[in-house]
Design a protein around this ligand. Structure first.
Ligand SMILES: [Zn+2]
Ligand SMILES: [Zn+2]
Length: 98
């Protein structure tokens, strides 16, 4: 076995910017998109950045009440449906633990 990594020669184009790709370190299966070196690097950077943004969770504000203890709920991490029974943070935690 030689030390050189095998490169696959071909005539592909970048799915992102359309740049010609003549060499790949793997054999493309034809279904997954191919990216040139620049776009590949950019995508990796974007993914890391968007992962950080993921921490910022969306909250919905409203005027609901806990179906268990009747406490007011003004903020939810999801949009509740009309007939959905809601639990305040305490009751939610108690239910999970119990
Ligand atoms: Zn590209
Ligand atoms: Zn409650």
């Amino acid at each position: 076995m030689g030390g050189d990594r095998q490169m696959y020669q071909g005539n592909w184009s970048c799915s992102e910017c359309g740049a010609a790709i003549t060499e790949l370190p793997f054999q493309p299966n034809g279904t997954s998109p191919l990216y040139c070196r620049d776009c590949h690097r950019q995508k990796r950077g974007n993914t890391q950045r968007s992962n950080n943004n993921f921490r910022e969770r969306r909250t919905f504000n409203g005027n609901w009440s806990c179906s268990q203890c009747g406490a007011a709920i003004t903020e939810l991490p999801f949009e509740p449906k009309d007939d959905q029974s809601l639990l305040c943070r305490d009751c939610y935690r108690a239910q999970r633990n119990g």
